[in-house]
Design a protein around this ligand. Structure first.
Ligand code: ZN
Length: 275
C-alpha cells in the first residue's frame, strides 16, 4: 500500500497553469534549505510570501522528481519492504547531528487510531543542544510545571507530527502527549522558535525536504496547533497529566497540500496570539 507510485498530478491537481509552468521551468529539487532559511523573519508575524513560494516550488519539485523516477517518498526508507506497524523508519531515527533535529516515520495499528485516514506519520524532535538553555526562562519553567518530573533527563523534545497518506503526501498535523513519544515537550513559543530555525540533513534528502517545506508552508497552522495544545494542558493541569494515556492527540488538523500550493503558498495575514 505504501509503495504506490506517486503521481504529480495528484499533488498539482488544483494548481493553476501559471504555477505549473513555473515548476516545470524552474525545477525545484535544486532549491536548497539555505534558500528557505536565509529568509529571516519572526514566527509570530506573517512569513514572507517569497519564502512560502520557494517552499511551494520545492515541495512540488520533490514529488515531481519522485513521479518521474517512479518512486515513493518513503521508498528508500522502507528498503523495498512492506512497512511494519510500530517499527521506526529509519530504525535508529534520522538525526541531523549538525542542526540538532531528528525524526522518524512509523505507523500505528489501525485499532490504536480508529478512523484515522493516514498511513503513518513523522514525529519531529529537537535534540538537547537546541533547547537545554531555553529551559531556564521563566516561561519555560512555568510550562515545565505541567510535568510531574520536569527535570527528568530526556535527549529530545517532541515538536510536531506530520501525518502522511499511503502515497506519501502530508494530510495532517498534530501534537501528542509526552507519554506517546517518551520524552517531553517545550512550550508553544519555544517549539515555534525551534521550528523556525529548523533545517534537516539526515541523509534522507526527500523526506528531509518535505518536512522542511511542510513546516514552512503550514507555519500558521502549526502555531495554532501548539497554542491549542498548551491551552488544553493548562486547562487540565493535574498530576500525571503527561503520562495520562487517555490523552494522546492533544490538537490535530487535516491539511490539504493541493489547496496550499494552489495559493502559491500565500500566507494569510493574521494576528498571532502572542505579542
Ligand atoms: Zn506515532
Amino acid at each position: 500500500m505504501c509503495c504506490q507510485e506517486v503521481r504529480s498530478e495528484e499533488v498539482c491537481a488544483q494548481m493553476c497553469s501559471e504555477m505549473r509552468s513555473k515548476v516545470r521551468s524552474k525545477m525545484c529539487p535544486q532549491v536548497r534549505a539555505q534558500e528557505l532559511t536565509g529568509v529571516s523573519r519572526n514566527w509570530r508575524s506573517p512569513p514572507a510570501k517569497g519564502a512560502a513560494q520557494v517552499a511551494s516550488l520545492r515541495l512540488l519539485g520533490i514529488y515531481d522528481g519522485l513521479a518521474r523516477r517512479g518512486e515513493h517518498l518513503l521508498g528508500q526508507l522502507l528498503g523495498g519492504e512492506l512497512p511494519r506497524q510500530w517499527r521506526h523508519y529509519p530504525e535508529d531515527d534520522a538525526i541531523d547531528q549538525g542542526s540538532g533535529f531528528q525524526w522518524f516515520y512509523h505507523s500505528h495499528s489501525p485499532e490504536d487510531r480508529p478512523g484515522a485516514a493516514e498511513h503513518g506519520h513523522i514525529h519531529l524532535f529537537a535534540r538537547r543542544k537546541l533547547w537545554s538553555r531555553r529551559l531556564r526562562s521563566a516561561h519555560e519553567i512555568e510550562f515545565a510545571s505541567l510535568a510531574d518530573d520536569p527535570n527528568r533527563q530526556v535527549s529530545t523534545r517532541h515538536l510536531i507530527t506530520i501525518g502522511l497518506d499511503a502515497k506519501g503526501i502530508p494530510i495532517s498535523l498534530f501534537t501528542v502527549n509526552s507519554w506517546v513519544t517518551g520524552d517531553l515537550m517545550l512550550s508553544a513559543s519555544n517549539t515555534a522558535l525551534l521550528l523556525e530555525q529548523m533545517t534537516l540533513a539526515t541523509g534522507n534528502e526527500d523526506v528531509d525536504a518535505v518536512i522542511e517545506c511542510v513546516v514552512r508552508l503550514f507555519q500558521n497552522e502549526i502555531w495554532d496547533l501548539l497554542v491549542r495544545r498548551d491551552a488544553l494542558l493548562y486547562e487540565k493541569q493535574s498530576p500525571g497529566l503527561l503520562r495520562d494515556e487517555s490523552l494522546e492527540v492533544l490538537s490535530e488538523l487535516a491539511i490539504n497540500v493541493d489547496e496550499k500550493l494552489a495559493c502559491g503558498g500565500a500566507w494569510q495575514q493574521q494576528d498571532f496570539p502572542l505579542s
